[in-house]
Design a protein around this ligand. Sequence first.
Ligand code: SF4
Length: 328
Amino acid sequence: MNNISFSRAENIESAVDKAFNQEQKVNFIGGGTNLLDLMKYRVENPDHLIDINRLDLSKIEATADGGLLLGATATNADTAYHEEVTKRYPLLSKAMLSAASAQLRNMATNGGNLLQRTRCYYFYDTSTPCNKREPGSGCAALEGFNRIHAILGESEHCIATHPSDMAVALAALDATIKVAGREEDRKIPILEFHRLPGDTPQIETNLKKGELITGIELPQKGFAENYAYLKVRDRPSYAFALVSVAAAVELEGDNIKDIRVALGGVAHKPWRKPEVEKNFYGKPASPRNFESLAEELMEGATGHGDNDFKIELAKKTIVRALTEAIEK
Ligand code: SF4
């Protein structure tokens, strides 16, 4: 049995200080919906837990520049059903409500959602090699059963995917993650928050030691008119995405003024290429252009055997999501 100590954070500064200064392994805990599972499986073995639930971080409120701030400890349920979110950012609401179960959404927090870890089976099975769990041990998924694994951005060290639906919608919306640190508070664009595995798959985000997520900022533009979130999975609820697509379009007549496509279930982070999207500005919002965009977005995709089907599935899901978005 491991001894674990526990403390409650009284304020952000002391929580960050404590997490920074500890020699031991420290985790912040909010809803704990993923962390406690990982501790039961002995995948996460913290020495100390800092409960952040008493911090004043659960508000959902307007920002000075017309956007919306989602507090880090606001629950996924409170966020997804919040009037401003359903009205101005329905894409985010839909993505969040497609995730997990009602019970889990009632507990899971926004900050924790971004930090949840992969559902790679081998990551949870401590009897198998896994570079993410134990760097240098190998990757059982490469030669194993890899139906749920990545087709984009993966490395020879890890082919895991990020499981969040919320993060995929946030990627399409260009959200920013607010972080408190020992030296400074900073904001990280969502596309720079998560990392690709490279040769350090155990490092999943660009958070520095001791840094705490305090909130998520949504910009003013919410694409409430033309959006879609499509999640393809093995059963209709309480399952992770094989492929998910967050699609958002701004139209000018029949032409594309702005377009965003973010993918989940295909990479170690939400997958989006703004440089590809820009190629379609001013072009007709037509099936042919959506197909071209899907081809460009999926360029370089590789299967690993069991997950080869995801390449075609992702392309078709992109086209369907964009078609649904403009038909709204
Ligand atoms: Fe571990 Fe990543 Fe390989 Fe899964 S894919 S076994 S998480 S290294």
